[in-house]
Structure formats: C-alpha cells, structure tokens
Design a protein around this ligand. Structure first.
Ligand code: PNS
Length: 159
C-alpha cells in the first residue's frame, strides 16, 4: 500500500514528522507531497521546504518527497497511490478535513483519506504558530528539528 501525505510544510515540524514516521511504517512507499501555493507567500521556497523535509526524513528509506500544484486528486491519479493520509490534531481540524476528504472522493471515488490522530505531544502545533513565535523572537527548538530552526534563523537574518 502506498500513501500520500500532502501539506504546505512551511516549515516541517515535529508534528508532521510524527505523522510521517507512523505512516511510513504502514506504507510500502510514503509520498510526502508539498503544495506549491502561489496565493500564499511562504516563509520557505518550495525547494527549501523539500530540502528541509528530505533532511528530516533521511533515515526513512521508503519516503519520497514530491511537489504539486493544483488538485490533490490529480497527484493521486499520477502516482501509484492507494490513500491520502492526514494528521488530525483537534476537533477544530475535523470539519475542514471532513469536507476535503468528501470533495476529493467526489472527484475520484478511489481517493480515500485515512486520518491519523496526532500524538498529543504535538496536538497544539502548527507551522504558522511556529513561524509566528519565531518572528516574535521566541525559541522554537522544541517544535522543529535543529536544521529547520537554523534555516528559520537564517531567514530572519536575511531580512
Ligand atoms: O499543510 P496544509 O496547508 O494544511 O495543507 C493543505 C493541503 C495542501 C493538504 C490542501 O490545501 C490541498 O489538498 N490542496 C490542494 C488543492 C485541492 O486539491 N483542493 C481540493 C480539495 S478540498
């Protein structure tokens, strides 16, 4: 069974890494699909996000990092993928994720979404909060691996 884990990963956090590790155990191949989103101004370019994910998952032999634009179902159809995997943090995630899962299945009946409960340790974590804390001078070492924190520090210095 091959799974796809889509997201913006701007940047990858310990919350994402938890879902990646647990999904990679279940999958033959786990595709991490990074969204190229032109409407948002990301902190990291698509190439930087991919590189940060590659470094964070270098110990997992069955993880493949890909990028995508447009609809997730198109990616689903272009690779040998059996299901989409999503992490669910809180009840607040549920409604939107429920909607997306239904719409994806409406577009392609085979596009099943499997939900994995986030480890409670990371239940409150999001990339946007990590970016905000970092931009306001707070430490983010407990939320993301050292190479991600170092890349965030470099970004701040560039500005
Ligand atoms: O990390 P994010 O930003 O919460 O990830 C959201 C993502 C990339 C999974 C979602 O926005 C997505 O699937 N976008 C692709 C566009 C699409 O397929 N939309 C229709 C499904 S609702």
């Amino acid at each position: 069974m091959n799974l796809i884990y889509p997201g913006s990963f701007d940047p990858i956090t310990y919350g994402h890494i938890d879902i990646v590790k647990r999904s990679a155990v279940l999958a033959d191949t786990l595709y991490i699909a990074v969204l190229i989103n032109h409407s948002k101004k990301p902190m990291f370019s698509i190439e930087e996000r991919v590189e940060l994910i590659r470094q964070a998952t270098s110990d997992l032999a069955n993880v493949v990092v890909i990028t995508f634009e447009g609809l997730l179902v198109n990616v689903f159809q272009s690779y040998p993928i059996d299901a989409i995997v999503k992490g669910l943090r809180a009840i607040s995630d549920f409604e939107y994720e429920f909607q997306m899962a239904q719409i994806n299945r409406e577009m392609d009946l085979r596009a099943e979404t499997l939900f994995m409960m986030t480890n409670p340790e990371w239940g409150y974590l999001s990339s946007s909060l990590v970016r905000e804390i970092h931009s306001l001078g707070g430490g983010v070492e407990q939320f993301a691996p050292p190479h991600v924190v170092a890349a965030m520090n470099r970004k701040l210095e560039e500005r």
